[in-house]
Design a protein around this ligand. Structure first.
Ligand SMILES: Cc1ncc(COP(=O)(O)O)c(C=O)c1O
Length: 377
């Protein structure tokens, strides 16, 4: 089977991640810090060490503001529900994943916030000028994904960050498709909240997500409970990371994420991105002149990450997905990819597109077999 669905989750994982999953449960399965015994302290150290590595990797100066959650969705909900208050205005885009648009739409439906969803160009990019015009003195939060999970297009995050800072709005970036592939510096890009899953390009297992909370943000917790500290306090402790981390954390996921992050830093982002760009260029070059294939979004490799959206004349996207799966043993993702507003704007709703997303462990041969399958279809 050829796995070309890395935008959903990365597979396979690097060997050190598998080893850590196995070893951690045998070696370090205690609950962190809380009991104060040596074993617990060792686990606490793993958590702290991972927070430090992540803070350094993403240009954040305080590792205590690195929060572990369940997945990308959990981190985004923590940020959105933690900062928004009744009467706030929020600006976002039509490119967003349901993990952003659903919580925002619910808050809008409840009458709690006012929401502006900005369009994107045919090529798949938002225009920073639209953000500048949309922000008002009531805008508390701007939410934008770093790269589209359908089109792969990279958004002008640093420009939008500058606009938010000038208008004193908070800026939340959904880096689900870029963390571990594209360099991100929260301070340089003026990002206040950075959310991403650990199970995609950072090569952690499912069940781990991360939220980095900048110094301008004092969120409220939306999950309250035991932290192992300040147990007499009737309310959730105010200090980070405990403010946002009630309950037993996914220590196994954190330990494996650390192994994934070490792998990424060892290989280097340039090399990882370069490999994905080469695979994508090979795919794009061979399909772009095929009159039966329609490609969506910019094909400029410098303005995109590793996923390609297409449709094949005469077939629905789900038919293409099923044929590639059943007749060619190739796993791709057809449909709407949890981005219904994007597809409506692009004109590809309700059937959607076929998304082909190679990862670091795919080879040129995998891509050639996918090209050949699409030609034989
Ligand atoms: C752009 C984007 N945001 C958020 C998410 C949600 O991440 P998770 O599935 O880890 O909750 C995804 C997942 O595919 C995504 O692609």
């Amino acid at each position: 089977m050829i796995y070309l669905d890395n935008a959903a989750t990365s597979f396979p994982k690097p060997e050190p991640v598998y080893r850590e999953l196995q070893d951690y449960l045998r070696r370090d399965g205690a609950n962190p810090g809380r009991a104060g015994h040596q074993w617990a302290m060792r686990v606490e150290k793993t958590m702290d060490d991972t927070r430090n590595l992540l803070a350094r990797f993403f240009g954040m100066d305080d590792h205590r503001r690195v929060i572990f959650g369940l997945n990308g969705t959990d981190s985004l909900n923590m940020a959105i529900k933690g900062v928004l208050r009744p009467g706030d205005h929020v600006v976002t885009s039509l490119l967003e994943h349901n993990s952003v648009s659903r919580p925002l739409k619910q808050l809008e439906a409840d009458g709690s916030i006012r929401l502006t969803q900005l369009p994107f160009s045919r090529e798949g990019f938002v225009d920073p000028e639209d953000f500048r015009r949309a922000l008002t003195s009531r805008t508390r939060l701007v939410v934008l994904l770093h790269a589209s999970n359908v089109l792969g297009t990279l958004q002008p995050v640093a420009e939008v960050g500058r606009i938010c800072r000038r208008q004193e709005a908070l800026f939340l970036v959904d880096a689900a498709q870029t963390a571990g592939v594209v360099p991100i510096d929260m301070q340089a890009m003026q990002i206040d909240l950075l959310a991403f899953p650990g199970h995609k390009a950072l090569f952690g297992p499912p069940g781990i997500g991360v939220l980095l909370v900048g110094h301008r943000v004092e969120p409220l917790p939306w999950r309250e409970g035991g932290t192992g500290f300040d147990s007499e306090d009737p309310l959730q402790p105010r200090r980070f990371p405990h403010l946002l981390e009630g309950g037993t954390p996914n220590t196994l996921g954190v330990a494996a994420l650390r192994a994934g992050l070490r792998f990424v830093t060892g290989e280097g982002l340039e090399r990882i991105r370069g490999h994905e760009q080469r695979l994508l260029a090979r795919l794009t070059e061979s399909l772009k002149d095929n009159p039966k294939v329609c490609l969506y979004g910019s094909t400029d490799p410098h303005r995109r990450v590793g996923s390609l959206a297409l449709n094949r004349e005469g077939y629905t996207s789900s038919e293409v997905g099923a044929i590639l799966d059943n007749s060619f043993e190739i796993a791709v993702r057809p449909g709407l990819h949890c981005a219904p507003y994007l597809h409506r704007h692009l004109g590809t709703a309700p059937e959607g597109v076929v998304r082909i997303s190679p990862g670091y462990f795919n080879t040129e041969d995998d891509i050639d077999r996918c090209i050949s399958a699409l030609e034989q279809l």
